[in-house]
Write a protein that binds this ligand. Structure first.
Ligand code: GTP
Ligand code: MG
Length: 452
């Protein structure tokens, strides 16, 4: 695949913005300095088209053969997604029409766009910053409501504006320090640098807050591990949720040995759910290996759900990081069930409800609870770090800042401190795309689909 960043921004690019399958409509997007001119050639009009106005038009190939009767809209720079001149053709959705119109536009000098090239141009033209460009990719790739919400919140740019204001404050401090270094007469003796020490402390607190509030688990699939003592109904629950028999179930305890994963695409959240070997004193080497794997899975889970059988409750080992739910609720009278539920509610573990795979009671509620477990609302998502790339850079910025503050307190000279400050600014800047390295841009835009 051609590299996203090698081509020139002077090129006029073309791509189909809608999916490859036959649909009622298909949209071809043409962007770049020649877009309007090329648009005029395939869809001539007597007068210059108004920006942002849909118009019915006929589209011709270079031999004046009619390709389609379609809608055309011009979006004049800079008021377009990419920031340069854009022409969109809203065609009938047959793939052959898309192919012929694209080919014609290429004959007039446009070239095929690379993945993410439209968004890359939007970024280069300052329409979006890097976190927002990443959010566009997430938005397109979203497969659940939760992913959609996360991407939408990032696109709004609260994280960017929080980080930009931190970078601005740091840059102001750096400028002052450089002035103090360059001009001995700069008024530094009146507590200017000491004042900066306090400000840097505050900025560090804000960075730490972002790190501790980060939720890199909210994008993509969530790993849920079903665990508990043997025979509590873990495999039965997995089969019930999967709607088919995916794993073996038996009256004998110790049926499941290997962890088995089943993926669900729920409305709210995508899950990978793991069935695991029941945890007990192992009676064989083989069983012990299975139980070890269960523990490994629990350690990596976004949610480990310890199943407690209503008829024979076995609670999780002390200190194990799990939530709890009651299975086989059909085997207990309602009063006894309430008492068990109350006991779990009062425990240190989060209690997620009771269910019976036998009669279906509580399954729907459990699904709902799991689905929304630790998902964040619109407001809570504002400004939250959800990407590993951002979190890593924040941690690097934090490390440098800690080092800088210690050096300051140790009486280090301003020129050395200024170098640390510069590093800190760079790390934070890379998140939003200030002075970002080309490799980082390549990384971000290589995940896009063509046409966006
Ligand atoms: N009454 C009742 N029996 C259930 C329920 N769920 C499972 N069982 C029975 O409990 C037994 C054990 O079920 P499994 O799903 O194999 O339990 P497990 O936790 O996977 O067991 P291991 O793989 O041995 O750890 C089977 O006989 C199931 O039919 C339930 O909701 N109610
Ligand atoms: Mg099992």
């Amino acid at each position: 695949m051609q590299h996203a960043l090698t081509p020139s921004f002077q090129d006029t690019i073309v791509a189909c913005a809608t999916g490859p399958a036959t649909g009622a409509l298909a949209i071809i997007r043409l962007a770049g300095p020649e877009a309007i001119q090329i648009g005029q050639k395939v869809a001539p009009s007597k007068r210059r088209r108004e920006s942002h106005r849909l118009e019915l038009t006929e589209i011709f190939d270079p031999n004046h053969n009619l390709l389609d009767e379609a809608m055309i809209v011009e979006m004049h720079a800079p008021r377009s997604y990419t920031g340069d001149d854009v022409v969109e053709f809203h065609l009938h959705g047959a793939p052959i029409i898309v192919e012929r119109v694209t080919h014609t536009l290429q004959q007039y000098g446009a070239r095929l766009a690379n993945p993410g090239e439209y968004t890359l141009r939007a970024y280069v033209h300052g329409k979006l910053d890097l976190t927002q460009a990443e959010a566009v990719a997430d938005l397109i790739a979203a497969r659940s409501e939760s992913e959609l919400r996360v991407a939408g919140a990032q696109l709004k740019g609260k994280l960017s504006s929080d980080l930009n204001s931190l970078v601005d404050s740091l840059e102001t401090i750096l400028r002052d320090w450089q002035a103090v270094l360059d001009f001995p007469e700069y008024p530094s003796g009146d507590g200017l640098v000491d004042g900066h020490r306090a400000k840097l402390g505050q900025i560090r607190c804000k960075i730490q807050e972002k790190v501790s509030d980060a939720r890199v688990d909210v994008l993509g699939c969530r790993e849920i591990v079903l665990c508990g003592a043997p025979n509590v109904g873990k495999s039965t629950l997995l089969n019930t949720l999967a709607g088919e028999q995916r794993v073996l179930v038996d009256v004998e305890p110790g049926t499941t040995r290997d962890p088995v994963r089943v993926d669900f695409e729920q409305h709210v959240q995508r899950w990978s759910m793991w069935d695991t070997a029941g945890i007990r004193e192992a009676s064989s080497h083989l069983e012990k290996m299975g139980i070890d794997l269960t523990h490994q899975r629990i350690g990596r889970a976004d949610l480990a759900l310890w199943i407690v059988a209503a008829d024979k409750p076995v609670l999780p080992p002390e200190g194990l990081d799990v939530a709890v739910a009651i299975s086989k609720s059909d085997l207990l009278a309602s009063e006894a069930l309430s008492a068990l539920a109350e006991r779990l509610e009062l425990s240190d573990w989060t209690y997620l409800g009771a269910f019976s795979a036998q009669n279906g009671n509580g399954i729907e509620d459990l699904t709902q609870t799991i689905s929304t477990y630790k998902t964040l609302g619109e407001d809570e998502l504002a400004g939250v770090v959800v990407r590993e790339r951002h979190l890593e850079l924040l941690k690097l910025a934090d490390d440098v800042l800690v080092q800088l503050l210690a050096a300051y307190d140790g009486g280090q000279s301003l020129d050395v401190l200024a170098m640390d400050l510069q590093d800190c600014i760079e790390y934070l800047g890379q998140i939003v795309g200030r002075n970002v390295k080309v490799e980082v841009l390549n990384q971000v835009f290589s995940h896009f689909c063509i046409g966006k």
